[in-house]
Design a protein around this ligand. Structure first.
Ligand code: ZN
Length: 206
């Protein structure tokens, strides 16, 4: 699957890599003052991507730079003058484990779908995994993690409960009703399927 970026985004990214401001470079490239930069779309068929040394660079509005959502390094810092990229060491807390496995979570149908955002937030806060873009579809959420911490993460997700208001008072409701362990290949296949479904419904993401 091709990495979907406009030429303007690619040029702006190039400028950002050289230490420039991404949004400013994007504005100059598109000639559109005040256009909001949506950041670069990660390649869903290849999470993390090999093209960027295994890093998953996401746009960080606070700094106007790209930062790896796994190892937290900035793209400018990871890129040498000759354009070569220091390989990603994996997620913080993974002890340099660069291998990837996935958990496919079934969100508790008793909870409204917007709890998915909270669930992704909790997972990210553990530092043991993350919900990549296009990870959520039809009540199921794909979580990217590493073999060394996957069991620990699965346990924490299994114990996770959200509080829900009912006419009888607040009750704890389990966040997920199912946790399926997937290999790297299976996980990427799910992401590719989700991406295809997204494109079918909404078109290519910006
Ligand atoms: Zn990285």
């Amino acid at each position: 699957m091709p990495k979907h970026q406009t030429t303007a985004q690619q040029r702006a990214r190039q400028a950002a890599r050289g230490g420039g401001k991404y949004t400013q470079a994007l504005r100059e490239a598109t000639g559109a003052a005040g256009s909001a930069a949506g950041g670069a779309a990660p390649d869903p068929g290849e999470p993390g991507g090999s093209r960027y040394g295994g890093h998953a660079f996401d746009y960080e509005p606070e700094t106007d730079l790209f930062r790896c959502s796994s190892c937290r390094v900035y793209e400018v810092a990871a890129t040498a003058d000759d354009g070569s990229i220091t390989p990603c060491v994996g997620m913080v807390g993974f002890g340099g484990d660069t291998e990837r496995v996935y958990l496919l979570l079934t969100a508790n149908p008793a909870l409204p779908s917007y709890y998915g955002t909270a669930l992704a937030g909790v997972v990210r806060e553990t530092g043991l995994g993350r919900a990549p873009r296009f990870s959520y579809r039809d009540g199921r959420m794909l979580i990217e993690t590493a073999p060394s911490v996957v069991d620990q993460l699965a346990r924490r997700i299994d114990e996770l409960a959200f509080t829900r208001e009912t006419p009888f008072g607040d009750v704890p409701v389990r966040a997920v009703t199912g946790i399926e362990h997937l290999t790297a290949e299976q996980g990427r296949a799910v992401l590719a399927e989700n991406y295809a479904a997204y494109v079918a419904d909404y078109g290519e993401p910006a």
